[in-house]
Design a binder for this molecule. Structure first.
Ligand code: EPZ
Length: 420
């Protein structure tokens, strides 16, 4: 298993380009199932999860052609509407094929994702919404067997009030509704920028969607969708991760190809920590000349502070001046990075879904283990700050969501190397 060896204690200086958003690319790739025409995607990040999704779609009969950031997906016909356990267990986002397969083929067999390191991750809201549109979903032997009676003419539009805000739940239902008969209303919808990016792609394919990005989305089903070309939005979590790293180590970095409007909450918190941030179009510059001030955060659905930025801000808090209170409201078990950061000398006290972090002058490098994608990012930031050498184990988690991480960090002056 690959490890990342980091020699910390140096400020980050330099400029790198932000990659396309993993959490926009994954649902948008599934949208290819909704049409028999080619879907041409650009700015697609080279990530493990994108390769896994490409493999999952190919197994269903989708033709895939990849060259650099360009990915052409062509579901001329869907031979096998099945997502098997061995693929789904490695990537929960596989559940995003459920809505499109039901809409396109009238049936689907998708493995239940099962839990993951950060929580149980149920999909009851996905099921509830699809059943409201006329699907029958039986759960047997760990699989969801979904079908909609063709005699009923496929999925029908419905008014769906989500019990809670779910990003992929909203995306699954929006894709299913695009080909359903009549109008669908999704209330209490997720407002994440990735939902809006998916809606833009669906719109280019001919879907009629209003309100994406707000908490009420109205979709008027169409008989068929066409092909389209879509550029995937920049990754706001990758952007926030590098900004948090620079705020923690000190220094001055510039990120190009970014979309500052998608991470206002993160930028506000970084300014509160003392960072100077300038936004010019798609570039964001952050300068940090002194030790960060402790900043408390409470995760929430967009436009609140992103749960995917929580571990990175905990790393920042470990060396800040003062005490930060970090509250995780989205997932029930998303503090595992805290236990690893304590090995580096961090002073963190966990109380349920709250972590109280007393900033220390400096961390000492040590061996730590990554447990999930964003926890790993938090550990990398802690390693960049710690004195001496930190080795982060099991960095396949990082490869799922960060394109050429060690290359980008090295371009910013960090001493990082990948060891197998
Ligand atoms: C998406 O996951 C992201 N993944 C996650 O990013 C992100 O952390 C999460 O949204 C929250 O922003 C992708 O977009 C591929 P949810 P998702 O459904 O959709 C509960 C990363 O690091 N819930 O919004 O799976 C759920 O348990 C990943 O890139 C139900 O109870 O998250 C959680 O507590 C990690 N029933 C809360 O809602 C459901 O049917 C929010 O989950 C669905 C969700």
């Amino acid at each position: 298993m690959d490890k990342l060896r980091i020699t910390g204690g140096r400020p980050l200086e330099g400029e790198i380009r932000v990659s396309g958003a993993k959490n926009a690319a994954l649902p948008i790739m599934c949208a290819a199932l909704l049409t028999s025409k080619p879907l041409v995607l650009t700015n697609v990040p080279a990530l493990r999860d994108v390769s896994t999704m490409t493999r999952l779609l190919s197994e269903m009969g989708v033709q895939a052609e990849r060259s650099a950031g360009r990915l052409v997906l062509h579901a001329a016909s869907v031979k096998e509407p099945t997502a098997s356990y061995d693929l789904v267990k490695t990537m929960r986002a596989s559940v995003l094929v459920l809505g499109p397969l039901l809409a396109r083929c009238g049936r689907a067999k998708v493995s239940l994702p099962g839990g993951c390191a950060i929580g149980a991750r149920p999909v009851d809201q996905h099921v509830k919404g699809l059943e409201a549109m006329g699907a029958t979903i039986a759960i047997e032997h760990g699989y969801m067997h979904a079908s909609v009676r063709s005699s009923d003419g496929g999925l029908r539009g419905a008014r769906i009030v989500m019990d809670l805000v779910t990003v992929t739940g909203t995306e699954n239902l929006m894709m299913a509704a695009a080909l359903a008969e009549g109008e669908t209303l999704i209330e209490n919808a997720a407002r994440e920028p990735e939902v809006l990016d998916l809606a833009r792609c669906l719109g280019a394919m001919g879907a009629k969607i209003e309100g994406a990005g707000s908490d009420v989305i109205r979709i008027t089903g169409t008989a068929a969708l066409g092909g389209a070309q879509h550029q995937v939005m920049p990754d706001r979590i990758e952007t926030g991760t590098y900004l948090a790293a620079a705020a923690a180590t000190g220094g001055r970095i510039r990120l190009t190809g970014a979309m500052a409007s998608s991470l206002d909450a993160t930028l506000d918190k970084l300014r509160e920590a003392g960072a100077r941030i300038a936004v010019e179009g798609t570039s964001i510059t952050l300068e940090m000349t002194e030790r960060p001030a402790a900043v408390s955060v409470r995760t929430a659905p967009f436009p609140g502070f992103a749960t995917d930025m929580q571990a990175q801000f905990m790393a920042l808090a470990t060396v800040a001046r003062g005490t930060a209170v970090i509250t995780e409201t989205i997932f029930e078990n998303r503090f595992m990075h805290a236990l690893e950061m304590q090995r580096l000398g961090a002073d963190i006290r966990l109380e349920g879904n709250t972590a109280v972090v007393n900033g220390v002058e400096r961390l000492q490098g040590a061996r730590v283990m990554a447990t999930d994608l964003r926890a790993s990012a938090g550990l990398v930031i802690a390693g960049l700050v710690a004195e001496g050498e930190t080795v982060v184990d099991r960095i396949y988690h990082l490869d799922r969501g960060y394109e050429t991480l060690e290359k980008k960090l090295s371009a910013l002056g960090a001493r990082v190397e990948r060891v197998s």
